[in-house]
Design a protein around this ligand. Structure first.
Ligand code: ADP
Length: 470
């Protein structure tokens, strides 16, 4: 459920604009200036403030914990930026500093070019929606929506009209006189968002707003948020550890890890061109495969020498940049699981062994080991029932046509002792191979799908293998 944070997280600063107090809900936030305008300027407003974060750092325990480590980024007017990273990487601390609940150890935060470091929370014009619940259940929806404006001693007629506008925008008009606690979960989410939006924040911060929702309810709420983004044209920072949320809602994604921003990039580009091995290994489901080793031009292609095996990538050469760096450099080769193809062992550029198969909706992830290195490959999985002599029928039984396998090959899910699908197997055994645990397979990969990273800095190199027309 989308929830408004009521009072400071770990910090002790007062509440941000529009947020009701936590428990007990009695203490008022420091009111901002009286609110007199009657229009809802978040709609089609021009000159939406831009956020600039410069060299922001937060340390705790005299520097023993560096929660946020010298990060800089901007949020353009009307843009949604997702801060995406694993738990504990510093996302919430960053938001808390922007809203004013935490004082930075160093760095600056500017809204529309003006530093807000010395502006108290509640006067920064920043709205915050947190994952934990803070709608007043015993109050009517109308009173919940009016809360932030009343705190600001806004003219009563303005409060009435603003509450009606926001209720209409969020589809809450019919519910205005109902107690918030009697509403459904998704209606309460809308009340929570409305409470923040009615204060017309220049910047909206959403901290893991979907994480308390059932997985099945999230797509609808994501859709609702997308509609609001488009209609209100707000500047938003959306904090999440869930890449599906980040990729579906944000214009740009900033990947955080260990208090740092590793890469901030347009959503589509960051998937396609991860700038760092850590980003490659974080984004995607499954994330990119990474193999480390040396590279050299060889007869007929590029030779990749891993500690345990070699691969000759045919019909390509090394980019000049790699050749100029000499032979002793380490590289990390990144390639998507969707680009790796399984073939019979003798047909592979190199070999691996099946560890197991995870069946997903329409495809399956094959977990492999290649001379000790874990790799993953995605194969198509058509859920078509196929009889299989000698094996119990399973709902995962299906005719699969994984890339690299003969069209029409029948693969059937085999259940392990614990009842979970353990492998895909070809029961017809007509010259094809099975995908059960321990089966040796060949691996192929088009050289142009390989992303090259410097093995020491882990940064992506400008160019990758250069295909040579045959
Ligand atoms: P995220 O939101 O990405 O999960 P947080 O910003 O909550 O991460 O935390 C970042 C790091 O800072 C974590 O290691 C966390 O334990 C630490 N941290 C956050 N607040 C405090 C605090 N008040 N005192 C000490 N350490 C803290």
């Amino acid at each position: 459920m989308l929830r408004l944070r009521a009072s400071g997280g770990r910090g002790s600063a007062p509440n941000p604009a529009g947020a009701p107090p936590r428990t007990p809900p009695g203490e008022m936030i420091s009111p901002g200036p009286p609110h007199q305008e009657s229009a809802l300027p978040t709609l089609n407003r021009s000159g939406i403030p831009k956020l600039e974060v410069a060299g922001l750092t937060k340390v705790y325990r005299d520097g023993a914990v560096v929660a946020v480590d010298d990060i800089s980024f901007t949020v353009e007017s009307g843009e949604t930026l997702a801060l995406l990273g694993p738990s504990g990487c510093g996302k919430s601390t960053t938001l808390n500093m922007i809203v004013g609940l935490e004082q930075p150890s160093s760095g600056d935060i500017r809204i529309d070019g003006r530093s807000v470091i010395d502006v108290p929370a509640g006067r920064r014009d920043v709205g915050l929606v947190f994952q934990d619940y803070a709608v007043f259940a015993a109050m009517s929806v109308r009173d919940n929506l009016a809360f932030g404006l009343k705190v600001r001693k806004t003219d009563k007629a303005v409060v009435r009209s603003e509450v009606h506008k926001i209720a209409e925008l969020l589809g809450l008009t019919e519910c205005l006189d109902i107690k918030a606690g009697r509403l459904s979960g998704s209606e309460q989410q809308r009340v929570a968002i409305g409470r923040t939006l009615v204060t017309r924040p220049a910047l909206l911060l959403l901290d893991e707003p979907l994480s308390n929702l059932e997985a099945s309810a999230r797509p609808a709420v994501r859709q609702e948020l997308r509609r609001l983004q488009q209609e209100l044209h707000l500047s938003i920072i959306y904090v999440t550890h869930d890449q599906t949320e980040a990729l579906s809602l944000a214009d740009r994604v900033a990947i955080m890890n260990h208090g740092k921003i590793i890469q901030a990039e347009e959503t589509l580009r960051i998937m396609q061109f991860p700038g760092h091995v850590q980003v490659a290994q974080f984004l995607g489901s499954p994330p990119m495969n990474i193999l480390r080793g040396r590279l050299a031009d060889a007869e007929g292609g590029v030779k990749f020498t891993h500690a345990a095996f070699t691969v000759l990538f045919p019909a390509c050469t090394l980019p000049a940049l790699v050749r100029e760096r000499g032979a002793n450099k380490q590289y990390a080769l990144g390639f998507r699981a969707e680009d790796l193809t399984l073939v019979p062992p003798e047909q592979g550029l190199w070999q691996g062994e099946i560890l197991g198969v995870e069946i997903r909706g329409g495809d399956a992830v094959v977990n492999l080991s290649s001379h000790g290195s874990p790799l993953q490959c995605v194969v198509e999985h058509k859920l078509k029932a196929a009889p299989c002599a000698g094996l119990p029928p399973t709902r995962n039984a299906g005719g699969c046509n994984p890339s690299g396998l003969k069209t029409g090959t029948t693969l059937t899910a085999v259940r392990s002792a614990d009842g979970l699908p353990a492998a895909l197997e070809n029961p017809s055994a007509s010259g094809d191979f099975s995908l059960s645990k321990g089966t040796p397979v060949g691996l192929t990969l088009a050289p142009e799908t390989v992303v090259l990273f410097d093995g020491d800095s882990n940064l992506r190199l400008e160019s990758a293998f250069v295909p040579v027309p045959q």
